[in-house]
Design a protein around this ligand. Sequence first.
Ligand code: UD1
Ligand code: MG
Length: 448
Amino acid sequence: MTDPRPLAAIILAAGQGTRMKSSRHKVLHPIAHKPMLLHLLDSLAALAPQRTVVVVGSLREQVEAAVAGRGVTVAVQSPQLGTGHAALQAKDALAGFDGDIVVMFGDTPLVGSATIARLRAELTDAVAAVVLAFRPDDPAAYGRVIASDGVIRKMVEFKDATPAERAETLCNSGLLLVRAADLWPLLARVSNDNAAGEYYLPDVISLLIGDGRTARVIETDPHEVAGVNSRAELAAMEARWQDRRRAAAMADGVTLIDPASVFLAHDTVIDRDVTIEPFVVFGPGVRIASGTTIRANSHVEGAEIGPDCDIGPFARLRPGTVLGAGAKIGNFVETKKAVFGAGAKANHLSYIGDATVGARANIGAGTITCNYDGFFKYRTVIGEAAFIGSNSALVAPVSIGDGAIVAAGSTVTADVSADALALVRPAQTEKPGWAAHFRARQAAKKGK
Ligand code: UD1
Ligand code: MG
């Protein structure tokens, strides 16, 4: 499906974000481990905009770094004279662009691509602009959209509104769609003669209505256009995002025993018939294939988990973990850049990092891959069906052959051949009767 009219986007993000009390730009605070701004850019990506401009005030470098490689232009608005003035700062970056322009707020990150597509569908020959509105439980100080049958009669900021206008419940989300050919001349006409002394973006709508043209409004769920101004609002938005994703995962056939205690990341992919026990947290970059169980209190990040694996409880899978079919990672096991073959197991109390573990190998309790000398990292290779005895230290770089056995308590510093036994510990000696003799002597001493 190709849209005949090209699209550009302006994302306004020059506000101070004072209430976040942060040295990080407001739009770079994450929801589900992804900066708010990138949520918006990803929604936009579905509509393939030709150009995207982000308008910032301060902290330009942070925003530029975050959008690097995405073909986004960053423009600066200084000083910040209002949303209309902010949109105008994108004009140079959009020079020569002739199509639809969607203006969005960077701190309203969860607007979906379907909603932007709805706006586009409303922008017909007879319609000059489309505004996205919502009806919140408390309309508070939002700008009001006064409309009938979807046709806007007036847009008014709360500060400038009459009591009757304030009684209206349809609120401006800030998001609007207008043609480039109309936007720039309209913005040039916007004045700051109002209660706030600011150049209001919504004034472009009032101006075009005054010109006898038509602007329409469409409504969406208040949650979709919720903004983030404080850490508390960030947490509230995260909570709603998590609820939605948990519901979607369950609808897709994932069992969450206690959904509220499972935290997903923006890119978590979970196949059907996976079971996730309570208190499991996912960082970014996780894929889980069907039939796997993740037991309680596990933390999983950057991991590719094959079908039918058994993870946890209390497992920590770090980035670069790849588990083959039926692998088992048990309690208090940490893995990092570790590739486990099918059916390999590390069931208790281990650190396996920078390692390859062959299919069906068994890693005993307390095994440590000593992968770091304070300067460099080294690899450990464990062969298929090898058996690593409990409390072994494998000092990398080292490789254990297929089918080899490492005796418990070994500190292995040299490669072990396939099917060999490596036993690296002092031979056991025994002194008959020594313990009884020792106790008798000490007791006598204490008795004196
Ligand atoms: C704005 C709308 C209001 C709407 C509300 C929805 C205007 C005049 N008012 O009000 O109708 O109901 O959002 O949340 O548009 N920004 C800049 N430069 C500026 C000022 C703002 O880039 O000079 C950016 C902010 O970073 C933010 C967005 O524009 O992303 C909205 O600014 P904000 O100050 O929150 O506007 P509101 O007063 O909430
Ligand atoms: Mg606001």
